[in-house]
Design a protein around this ligand. Structure first.
Ligand SMILES: C[S@@+](CC[C@H](N)C(=O)[O-])C[C@H]1O[C@@H](n2cnc3c(N)ncnc32)[C@H](O)[C@@H]1O
Length: 213
């Protein structure tokens, strides 16, 4: 897998809107109305479940502002086999070149589900089971002492403003990552990586293959 930042990939994002999963080609003319592809073609495969039959952990981003952060989060999700929910509106077009560059080479592995808004996210089939855990600088509990479960969705707020009160209220738990005295917050995707790492470690959810370099 090439990590050369100057090379454009010809791969595509796997994008789900509603019940349909599609690839989003890396061309400016691309859109989410392409032919469904990948593992979702196999109707016997339930994408909500792990191979062991438990619910999959998910990463959710509430109205992200910065395309490079979403791109890095898609790459994170692709590498750790975790689907990414994007709650729109975003602060940029989802076809933005910055998203593609940051997620490059991982497009075919990335699973992104778009939600038109907060209400659509809450109404999505994935929300019928599994807890919603909001990571927030206003969190009540240190994530270190928290017991994660395989079907948890880890939700993160906007870079500019975090998550609003109703999102805080809707979460089953609100968690913080402890920081050095005087530090305000981590970068969005850095916080997602730290949180996901701990959650997957606790639930034995890390992929098992060694990196291919
Ligand atoms: C750049 S931060 C947002 C900062 C925003 N001014 C605030 O006060 O919420 C973007 C997101 O990263 C996550 N985040 C960053 N640092 C965190 C921390 N120490 N604990 C929990 N979540 C954190 C949260 O989800 C946050 O909404």
């Amino acid at each position: 897998m090439s990590l050369d930042p100057t090379r454009r990939s010809d791969k595509a994002f796997k994008v789900t809107t509603g019940q349909h999963t599609t690839h989003l080609p890396e061309t400016p003319a691309g859109n989410a109305d392409c032919v469904p592809q990948g593992r979702f073609r196999d109707s016997s495969f339930n994408p909500s479940l792990t191979r062991r039959g438990s619910l999959r952990m998910r990463l959710a981003l509430f109205q992200p502002d910065i395309p490079q952060n979403l791109g890095a989060a898609l790459r994170l999700g692709a590498c750790l086999d975790v689907p990414v929910d994007v709650i729109e509106p975003c602060g940029f077009p989802l076809s933005d070149a910055g998203v593609r560059r940051a997620a490059m080479d991982y497009g075919a592995l990335a699973e992104m589900k778009r939600h038109a808004g907060w209400a659509d996210f809450l109404a999505a089939p994935e929300r019928k089971a599994g807890r919603l855990l909001l990571f927030t600088t206003k969190g009540a509990r240190n994530f270190h002492g928290f017991r994660f479960e395989p079907g948890d969705t880890l939700l993160f707020g906007r870079e500019s403003a975090g998550a609003p009160d109703d999102v805080h209220a809707a979460a089953d738990h609100r968690l913080f990552i402890p920081l050095a005295r005087g530090a305000r917050s981590l970068n969005l995707t850095v916080s997602a990586a730290i949180a996901l790492s701990e959650a997957l470690r606790q639930t034995d959810g890390f992929p098992t293959a060694a990196p291919t370099g």
